[in-house]
Design a protein around this ligand. Structure first.
Ligand SMILES: Nc1ncnc2c1ncn2[C@@H]1O[C@H](COP(=O)(O)OP(=O)(O)OP(=O)(O)O)[C@@H](O)[C@H]1O
Ligand SMILES: O=P(O)(O)OC[C@H]1O[C@H](OP(=O)(O)OP(=O)(O)O)[C@H](O)[C@@H]1O
Length: 297
């Protein structure tokens, strides 16, 4: 009970306690300088440098807790937000660019039912009962059939081989789990990624803004690198178009080389190769690319 008193006035921030996105979430908290001590098996950790308590919960429950206002802020998947039916109670603050996958219908490669329509009235097994029910309900109504939708909490791919299901609704990233179980996907329900969500009525608006700004800084830093190079001033207009940066490239004169300038600019990691090729073609030299771990832009 002492612990409950410690939580008073703190912002409660729910993060996954295990699973696919656990490690990345912990790295993100570190990157945001949210410090905490968590003893083993403890599901609540008080932050040592901010009035925050981290609540470690199963990812699948986090949207429910945030939606009901039991916690203020959380990290979970968009798939869980939809499945928990809390879209009207939460605010999706930020897409986090990890936990990317899609929710799909999967069936045995050599199975009898190979389309969404042919699964109507058959047996579906999933951890996403609400989402699957919403998909099949109108099809059931149109055909007068009743699709059976049963819940399992994990290893969903095993359901068809074990004779429990004709098809499943589950997450697919690489497709490895699906193929290993002799399944293939025949219909996409949604794309998903991890998101930062907040309860719409949370009273901790200033702290939520501060955390959001820190999280955005870390996420952005993972998507960009700093590119520096030297170029003759006569080619600067050309290279500035290739590396426009946010407000414009930073340009400084090179005292030792008349007519040359040093340029630095943020560039998107996914365009890095192409940008370096183009800079070289425009006569830029001494091109360097540096990663950074945090930023505010
Ligand atoms: N293969 C994947 N690739 C990317 N993101 C995924 C993948 N599987 C799940 N996710 C995302 O992570 C969230 C949590 O999924 P996960 O399977 O880790 O949950 P869990 O059931 O709590 O953990 P565990 O599977 O260890 O019991 C999902 O809702 C989804 O948003
Ligand atoms: O397409 P893939 O890259 O193979 O990823 C998909 C798998 O990842 C998730 O499960 P996870 O392995 O996290 O565990 P679970 O089956 O116990 O939920 C998901 O439920 C799939 O099984």
């Amino acid at each position: 009970m002492e612990f409950v008193k410690d939580l008073e006035d703190r912002l409660l921030f729910a993060v996954p306690k295990k699973g696919r996105i656990y490690e990345t979430c912990i790295e993100l908290l570190k990157g945001c300088d949210i410090h905490f001590n968590r003893s083993s098996r403890q599901d609540i950790a008080l932050c040592t440098n901010l009035p925050i308590a981290l609540i470690f919960l199963p990812a699948a429950d986090i949207a429910k807790y945030v939606g009901e206002g039991n916690v203020d802020l959380g990290i979970t998947g968009q798939d869980i937000v939809v499945e928990s039916e809390v879209q009207d109670k939460i605010r999706e603050i930020l897409e986090l660019n990890f936990g990317k996958c899609r929710l799909a219908i999967e069936v045995p490669v050599k199975g009898e039912h190979q389309t969404l329509e042919s699964l109507v009235g058959k047996r579906i097994v999933t951890s996403f009962v609400n989402t699957a029910t919403k998909l099949f309900a109108p099809l059931d109504a149109a055909t007068g059939k009743k699709t059976s939708i049963k819940h399992v909490s994990g290893s969903v791919e095993a359901a068809c081989a074990l004779g429990l299901a004709d098809g499943i609704v589950d997450l697919v990233e690489t497709g490895e789990s699906m193929r290993a179980a002799g399944l293939h996907d025949i219909y996409d329900l949604m794309e998903t990624q991890s998101v930062l969500i907040a309860n719409k009525k949370s009273k901790h608006t200033d702290l939520i803004d501060k955390i959001t700004s820190r999280v955005r800084g870390v996420i952005t830093a993972h998507q960009y690198v700093l590119c520096t190079y030297n170029v003759e001033r006569k080619n600067l207009l050309l290279t500035s178009k290739i590396t426009p940066g946010r407000l414009g490239p930073t340009v400084s004169a090179l005292d030792s080389h008349d007519g040359w300038v040093a340029v630095s600019s943020m560039i998107a990691i996914k365009e890095r190769g192409q940008i370096l090729d183009q800079l070289t073609e425009c006569g830029a030299t001494d091109i360097m690319v540096m990663a950074f771990t945090n930023c505010r832009v």
